[in-house]
Design a protein around this ligand. Structure first.
Ligand code: ATP
Length: 137
């Protein structure tokens, strides 16, 4: 089995899409190892998005992710990383995400694209340690 770190970003919480998104995760067959509503510090945001530091959208991305509560979760299941990215849809919710995915169904903006999912099992382990340091393997 594999784990992945998923965020329902502040736009998903403020738009009341948490229940819908969690239901899609459950229907896919992924299970929850952790699930929490969090207010994100600048420090955690910077560590989470370290790979994007220096890009033009980085300052507004950190501002967005710290703008209000988000839902952080650790999902478990076979090929959990790829499975969540499949149901999330591509980063650009119009050009890449197809209908039937979370972003394809509910998002218009590449920044305000509702969810994050780790992009590899290695990223997942790094991100899980960052967001849920008390969670054991
Ligand atoms: P995530 O890592 O959040 O799952 P992703 O892997 O689909 O998303 P990345 O390329 O890692 O996409 O970008 C991380 C996040 O940064 C995106 O989800 C989006 O919120 C924001 N982002 C990426 N590209 C842009 C852009 N061109 N303009 C504005 N925001 C962007």
């Amino acid at each position: 089995t594999e784990r992945t770190l998923v965020l329902i970003k502040p736009d998903g919480v403020s738009r009341s899409l948490v229940g819908d998104i969690l239901a899609r995760i459950e229907r896919k067959g992924l299970t929850f190892a952790a699930l929490e509503l969090k207010n994100v510090s600048d420090d955690l945001a910077a560590k989470h998005y370290a790979e994007h530091e220096g890009k033009p959208f980085y300052p507004s991305l950190v501002e967005f992710i710290t703008s209000g509560p988000l839902v952080a979760a650790v999902l478990e299941g076979p090929r959990a990383v790829a499975a969540f990215r499949q149901i999330a849809g591509g980063t650009d919710p119009v050009e890449k995400a197809v209908p039937g995915t979370i972003r394809g169904d509910y998002a218009l903006s590449t920044q305000y694209n509702l969810v994050h999912g780790s992009d590899s099992p290695e990223s997942a382990e790094r991100e899980i340690a960052l967001w849920f340091p008390a969670l054991n393997d």
